[in-house]
Design a protein around this ligand. Structure first.
Ligand SMILES: C[S@@+](CC[C@H](N)C(=O)[O-])C[C@H]1O[C@@H](n2cnc3c(N)ncnc32)[C@H](O)[C@@H]1O
Length: 428
């Protein structure tokens, strides 16, 4: 068959893995991104979407299997099913190697940066705990079908896959009991667990124009999303002998070991000195600002910038005992990132910058604006390899070099990778 339609089955030789977790195959010269496949396999795939530049497919039958294929531990994963995980069918070691391959390729193709030329390589390091890659998600957002049944979205779909258990969810998330309740009038139900303190919470976004009443029999308090700062319920996380308040729907690292591992890595790579002026951009509840405060000492200054009112208020509360830290609530843009408000709070140009932006990254102009202030180093925490590669390219253009690149498996069973890059000024 030369011109298959969506729903048709075609046989494919599967090539390299692509960002997003699908693998690249070709049919009559046309690129097809195939889900639930592995490099080197021969599969029968169902065509799921056809675009002008490429098609999508889902491997429904494996004709020649990769040695890295395993039986999916999750009964809801697989062709056409839950879109939460990409790689339940892959060994953890192969998942990590594929993440490293994708990242190296993104750095090369988008960043024009060859790791080997810089004397670096990427190894995706597992986090402590959860050796089977399951039970790590301390925050799960459940979609709700019209009848109030919770589930997870199917891949690239608004359809809900109902489930009675999510295997990557932390046991405390499961204990909250979201899946066994009915959520009539809710659009989204998010279960949040804080394993270090044992707290849990369910945050509900009501559906527009529907009346929501919380179900009974849950093992967690229920909050409505968007409550005002200070009045909304929160959970607390303990990291390195400090307790962080994180209000209901505020940001916190999702893997239970992530906050500690990332804070330690940022501290090691930033290597702050007494008296340094440090910028912590996209600061959330203040994790990195707190970590950097002690080493800069009383003569130093850390300015934490965060746009979300609730997160900024959490950061103020979490950092209140650290007189060298200021929290600035503000939306970072290429125009404000190195602007006068931040410079005033910092009391001069930054010696060090830590940036942990959302998926879209800093952007070329913001990276250039920050580095025009000549910090000694920029420590860039990234959850998106393409955005990181683009911004590393901008930094290289400003005369900075990539001195270290760490990659962590914060999101096992998915194609996502977390990186921490150290960009240093001048030659060593
Ligand atoms: C990936 S989180 C990092 C939080 C923190 N570094 C941590 O590890 O807990 C990104 C944070 O940036 C904030 N944010 C998003 N866009 C922003 C912007 N334009 N300016 C400032 N903060 C922003 C979000 O509210 C969120 O708290």
């Amino acid at each position: 068959m030369t011109h298959p339609f969506p729903g048709d089955l075609i046989e494919l030789e599967v090539g390299r893995v692509a960002p997003g977790g699908s693998c690249v195959a070709r049919h009559d010269g046309r690129v097809i991104f195939v889900r639930h496949a592995l490099p080197g396999e021969r599969v029968r795939a169902r065509v799921s979407a056809q675009g002008a530049r490429f098609w999508r497919g889902d491997a429904v039958e494996v004709l020649v299997a990769s040695p890295d294929r395993v039986a999916s531990p999750c009964p809801y994963a697989g062709p056409g099913r839950c879109g939460g995980c990409d790689w339940q069918h892959v060994t953890l070691s192969r998942q990590r190697r594929m993440k490293a391959e994708v990242l190296s390729e993104q750095l090369r193709r988008i960043g024009g940066f060859d790791l080997a030329d810089a004397g670096l390589d990427v190894t995706v390091t597992p986090l402590p705990g959860m050796p089977d890659g399951l039970g790590w998600r301390t925050r799960v957002q459940f979609a709700v079908a019209g009848d109030g049944v919770p589930g997870l979205h199917r891949h690239r779909s608004s359809e809900v896959e109902p489930l009675d258990r999510c295997l990557i969810a932390h046991p405390d998330v499961e204990r909250a009991g979201v899946e066994s309740a009915r959520w009539r009038g809710a659009a989204v139900v998010e279960a949040v667990a804080a394993p270090s303190t044992g707290e849990k919470l369910v945050v509900v976004t009501p559906a527009k124009g529907r009346r929501f009443r919380a179900p009974t029999g849950l093992d967690a308090p229920v909050a409505v999303a968007g409550s005002a700062a200070g009045s909304a319920p929160a959970v607390h996380h303990d990291v390195a002998e400090r307790r962080y308040r994180v209000t209901a729907d505020g940001f916190w690292q999702v893997h239970p070991a992530a906050a500690e591992v990332l804070a330690a890595t940022v501290l090691e790579l930033a290597a702050p000195r007494v008296g340094d002026r440090v910028l912590d951009l996209y600061a959330g509840a203040g994790l990195f600002a707190a970590t950097l405060a002690a080493p800069v000492g009383a003569t130093g200054r850390v300015v934490a910038v965060e746009s979300d009112a609730v997160a900024a208020s959490d950061a103020r509360a979490n950092l209140a005992d650290l007189p060298q830290v200021r929290v600035v609530r503000g939306r970072l843009t290429p125009g404000t990132v190195a602007g006068p408000a931040i410079a005033r709070a910092l009391g001069g140009p930054p010696d060090l910058i830590v940036a942990d932006p959302p998926r879209a990254g800093l952007g070329t102009s913001a990276t250039q604006a920050l580095l025009s202030r000549h910090p000694r180093a920029l420590v860039y925490v990234s959850c998106d390899g393409a955005a990181l590669a683009r911004d590393l390219k901008a930094a290289l253009g400003c005369g900075y070099r990539v001195e270290a690149l760490r990659a962590f498996d914060l999101f096992p069973m998915t194609a996502h990778t977390e990186c921490v890059a150290l960009l240093s000024a001048g030659r060593s």
